[in-house]
Ligand binder design. Structure first.
Ligand SMILES: C[S@@+](CC[C@H](N)C(=O)[O-])C[C@H]1O[C@@H](n2cnc3c(N)ncnc32)[C@H](O)[C@@H]1O
Length: 233
């Protein structure tokens, strides 16, 4: 067997729960795991110590949040980095149209490579900062993981959520506290019913903790018709 090294780590095999989470899309998820373990590690986008826990801590953790998303919706993942959670959402749910927003060229280069290698036709990679899209585009769901404290994240994310849509921020143990500190911004920006929700209990222990905020629908339009869905490069 080839020895594991930092430059060429072994891709860990998919655990049994991955079949449940990704179902017929598992081969694509395995391809993504391989891209993360090799290309993303070599490019310094994923630490080599993350490789053994790629499935549990990254792919599965991120993918299960699609359980909170409407069928056929548009999704904007801000600060995607190496594609987490954005690419896992597009893999698990081909019905979603996912825009990955990431300012750093080194990262968007990897995201372009990963998207084309996996043949994902429901992904758009947009190089830029989330704030630069305010007034340009809105989405049914805006996601993020490890991008900014909740208050700043709310200011970056809420203007991108269509009326009747959702903000979903993966926040872990600090979720309740962060939600409290962002309560003012959430209210000011049209946020409704902010809550900390657990997702993926069926597959993950512990489940994933997500901050979920609904956006007031002031237009009377349905979620699917709110604004321009997604952006081009
Ligand atoms: C710690 S990384 C997290 C990456 C990925 N979400 C993950 O969980 O692995 C934070 C990412 O947010 C991006 N970022 C920082 N400020 C941003 C902004 N204003 N708009 C969009 N992305 C931003 C950074 O370039 C970086 O890729």
């Amino acid at each position: 067997m080839k020895p594991t090294s930092e430059a060429d780590p072994e891709t860990p095999p998919a655990p049994p729960s991955a079949q449940g989470v990704f179902a017929h899309q598992l081969p694509v998820a395995e391809q993504y795991a391989d891209l993360l373990a090799r290309e993303a590690t070599v490019r310094g986008l994923i630490g080599p110590r993350e490789v053994p826990r790629l499935w549990e801590r990254h792919l599965l953790n991120c993918a299960v949040i699609t359980d909170l998303m409407p069928h056929g919706g548009t999704v904007c993942d801000i600060g995607s980095g190496a594609g987490l959670p954005g690419l896992t959402l597009a893999i698990r749910r081909p019905d979603l149209r996912v825009t990955l927003v990431e300012p750093l060229l080194r990262r968007t280069t990897f995201l372009d490579l990963a998207t084309s290698t996996m043949g994902l036709t429901n992904v758009t990679v947009h190089r830029g900062r989330a704030e630069e899209l305010h007034g340009e585009a809105v989405f049914d769901v805006v996601t993020s993981r490890a991008v900014a404290p909740m208050d700043r994240l709310t200011r970056w994310s809420m203007p991108l959520v269509a009326g009747g849509g959702l903000l979903l921020a993966m926040k872990g143990a600090s979720a309740e506290q962060e939600l409290e500190s962002a309560a003012g911004s959430i209210r000011r920006l049209g946020g409704l019913d902010p809550a900390v929700v657990a997702v993926g209990e069926e597959w993950l222990s512990p489940p994933v903790t997500v901050v979920r905020v609904h956006k007031t629908d002031t237009t009377g339009q349905s979620r699917q018709s709110g604004g321009r869905p997604g952006v081009d490069r």
